[in-house]
Design a protein around this ligand. Structure first.
Ligand code: MN
Length: 238
């Protein structure tokens, strides 16, 4: 398969700095070789969030191995970084990562409330579960989507990279088909723009770079409460 990708990040309209990190670096391109894409959303005071997400992305993109192994390596790297700089203690990050093989196989590793979506045949499917207070309450049927929208705990994650020596990593495998579009994003997109609107924006733009730009614009138009990061990959026959 051949992949066209686009990666974009924006501080948003409220926060003073961008604690998201991503892979590839912002831009766009195409390849018929193995492609790694990842989104990390850092948390922790005193610049901790920025360092945690950057450390996770730098590590996950540099080490070899499966998605799960890369997430575990990132976990240890963030923990190690924090242990050497006491003021960074407690920093952590989400990490959602996909290794996309030219044969179409996608290996996804995921911790936190960033997301991966698959757009296929008019259907937008979320392929990761949110490790968040809200996500778990909704999965248990104790909170409606409407109640979740403005919930004071909506940014509380229940699982993060960099807090303990081992982290439970969700893994998923997908088989891409020609015409599929994969989206990775931080909650700065998904908490501001609902799935229906995301699907509409993805459908209206053939060029992944244009689609990425439009998603960021939509999140900012909705308020831009948080840092916004999106990575899009289109799969096509060679
Ligand atoms: Mn965020």
């Amino acid at each position: 398969m051949r992949f066209r990708w686009a990666a974009r990040t924006h501080t948003g309209r409220v926060r003073g700095n961008n604690e998201d990190a991503l892979w590839p670096r912002p831009g766009s391109g195409e390849t018929n070789e193995i492609l790694l894409v990842a989104v990390a959303d850092g948390m922790g005071g005193a610049a901790g969030g920025e360092i945690a997400s950057k450390t996770a992305i730098d590590t996950a993109s540099a080490v070899g191995g499966s998605a799960a192994i890369r997430v575990q390596a990132a976990n240890l790297a963030v923990l190690d970084e924090a242990s050497r700089r006491p003021r960074l203690t407690g920093m952590g990050t989400t990490l959602t990562l996909a290794i996309i093989d030219p044969n179409g196989t996608v290996d996804i590793g995921h911790v936190g409330d960033s997301r991966a979506y698959l757009r296929r045949d008019g259907d937008l499917r979320k392929v990761t579960s949110d490790h968040s207070y809200i996500g778990e309450m909704m999965a248990a049927g104790r909170l409606t989507p409407e109640e979740a929208k403005n919930h004071p705990y909506r940014s509380v994650v229940t699982r993060a990279v960099g807090l303990e020596s081992s982290v439970e990593v969700d893994t998923t495998e997908l088989e891409l088909q020609a015409g599929d579009r994969l989206l990775l994003c931080s909650d700065g997109l998904s908490s501001m723009v609902d799935d229906g609107a995301i699907a509409e924006i993805l459908d209206g733009r053939d060029d992944p770079a244009e689609a990425a730009r439009a998603l960021v614009e939509a999140a900012n138009a909705a308020g831009g409460d948080d840092n916004i990061t999106v990575v899009i990959v289109d799969a096509d026959d060679e």
